[in-house]
Ligand binder design. Structure first.
Ligand code: AMP
Length: 213
C-alpha cells in the first residue's frame, strides 16, 4: 500500500497516520517529524529548517524533495509507505510522481482528511506534544493525567511554536494557497478519497480503512 495522507494542520493526520501505518504494515513517513527530529538533534538540516517551522512556512522544495527521495530508498518501504505532510505543494507532487515512476512504484491512494477551519483553531491552540516521544494531548479535549506530563512516557509536554494562535492562521493560509491545489491534482488522477476528520478518533480510523478498500 503506497498512500498519501493530506489535510490541513490539525486535521489529525499524525494520529490517523500512526493507526493506518500499523494497520497496513507500512512505515509512517512524516516530513514534519523528520524536520523536528533534526532540529532536536541540532543537525545541519535542523538548523536550516528551524526558522521555517517556527514561522509556519514551508521548508524549500530543494531540501524537502531530496530528503523524501532518500527516505524512499530505505528497505522498509518495500511493502509501501504512508506519507504524512508530503507533498505539500504541486511542485512536490510532481517531483514525487517522477520518483515513483522511476521506481515503478505507483501510488495506490490519497486520503484527504476534511475539517472546517474553526475546528482546527480549537484543536491546534490546545494541542500539547511530548518532547520525548512525540505523543499529543489536548488541554481541553484530551487532557493528560498530570498537567504538563506525557501519559505515554512521563516526558515533558510543550506547545509547538507553530501551534501558537498567530502562527496557526498563517499555516492555514499556507495550506489553502499551496497545499490545497494538490487535491485537484490527485482527483484528476482518480486517486483521491475524502473523509471527514471531525468526530471520534476510532470512527475516523474505521472510515479511513473503509475508504481505502
Ligand atoms: P507538520 O508537522 O506536518 O505540521 O509540519 C510542520 C512544519 O514542517 C511545516 O509547517 C513546515 O514548516 C515543515 N514541513 C513539513 N512537511 C513539509 C513539506 N512537505 N514541505 C515543506 N515544509 C514542510
Amino acid at each position: 500500500m503506497r498512500l498519501i495522507l493530506v489535510g490541513p494542520p490539525g486535521a489529525g493526520k499524525g494520529t490517523q497516520a500512526v493507526f493506518l501505518a500499523a494497520h497496513f504494515g507500512i512505515p509512517h513517513i512524516s516530513t514534519g517529524d523528520i524536520f523536528r527530529a533534526n532540529i532536536k538533534g541540532e543537525t545541519e538540516l535542523g538548523k536550516l529548517a528551524k526558522s521555517y517551522l517556527d514561522s509556519g512556512n514551508l521548508v524549500p522544495d530543494s531540501v524537502t524533495n531530496d530528503m523524501v527521495r532518500d527516505r524512499l530508498t530505505h528497505v522498509d518501504t518495500a511493502p509501501g509507505f504512508l506519507l504524512d505532510g508530503y507533498p505539500r505543494n504541486v511542485g512536490q507532487a510532481v517531483f514525487l510522481a517522477e520518483v515513483l515512476l522511476k521506481n515503478s512504484t505507483p501510488l495506490d491512494a490519497v486520503l484527504e482528511l476534511s475539517i472546517p477551519n474553526e475546528e482546527i483553531i480549537k484543536r491546534l491552540s490546545g494541542r500539547r506534544v511530548c518532547r520525548n516521544c512525540g505523543a499529543t494531548s489536548h488541554v481541553i479535549f484530551d487532557k493528560s493525567k498530570v498537567e504538563g506530563v506525557c501519559d505515554n512516557c512521563g516526558g515533558e509536554l510543550y506547545q509547538r511554536e507553530d501551534d501558537k494562535e498567530e502562527v496557526i492562521a498563517h499555516r492555514l493560509s499556507v495550506y489553502a494557497e499551496q497545499t490545497e491545489p494538490i487535491i485537484a491534482f490527485y482527483r484528476e488522477l482518480g486517486l483521491l478519497n475524502v473523509i471527514s476528520a471531525v468526530g471520534d478518533v476510532s470512527e475516523i480510523s474505521t472510515n479511513a480503512v473503509a475508504a481505502l478498500k
